[in-house]
Unconditional design. Structure first.
Length: 190
């Protein structure tokens, strides 16, 4: 009896994994569709929470979109990778440039089985993340912070800090602290 239950559990997990892989494949195909209105609609159907006025440009890739939350008036640039294998929360009025990668799961290089470890990632309101920046699991980026192009963020970033480098270190501070701007509207077919 126990053997049957184990087989059934394994089969159920495998079917769920294959279904998620198929869903991610479909989202990858939709990411090329030349209308952000259609893409946003499909991403919401897949379980993503996307605030009003937010835009996801072409080429975005996701891992488990159901755990991804995007605030209002946020722009996600082309070819961005958003990892939803753990909770990923992106605030309001956030701007991600082209090629940003956010991961909240990675291999434990010190584990005997090279298993996965994961931790949530939180991006505060009014954050700007430059092109090709990488944010790793467990990181919180505070309100109004700036991540420079190509930075690899391995630790939390304080509000209004400007970080850059590999690994990212504080290289400055944002002078304007009273942030209340709205991001521009994107082109319809971008």
């Amino acid at each position: 009896m126990k053997e049957n239950r184990t087989f059934t559990q394994k089969a159920s997990r495998r079917i769920a994994t294959v279904w998620l892989e198929f869903e991610i494949f479909l989202l990858h195909m939709i990411a090329c569709f030349p209308s952000h209105h259609v893409r946003r609609f499909c991403y919401r159907l897949a379980g993503m929470t996307i605030g009003t006025g937010s835009t996801l440009h072409t080429g975005a890739r996701f891992y488990n979109p159901a755990k991804i939350r995007i605030g209002k008036d946020t722009i996600i640039g082309e070819d961005v990778v958003l990892d939803g294998r753990d909770s990923l929360t992106i605030g309001d009025h956030v701007d991600f440039a082209t090629g940003v990668m956010i991961y909240n799961s990675q291999h434990d290089i010190n584990s005997e089985g090279f298993g996965a470890i994961s931790a949530p990632v939180t991006i505060g309101d009014y954050v700007f993340v430059g092109p090709r920046a990488i944010i790793l699991p467990g990181v919180t980026i505070g309100r109004g912070a700036v991540v420079a192009a190509g930075a690899v963020v391995t630790r939390d970033v304080e509000p209004f800090a400007i970080v850059g480098g590999v690994p990212a270190k504080v290289i400055g501070e944002r002078k304007q602290k009273d942030l209340h701007y709205r991001l521009g509207r994107s082109a319809w077919f971008r």
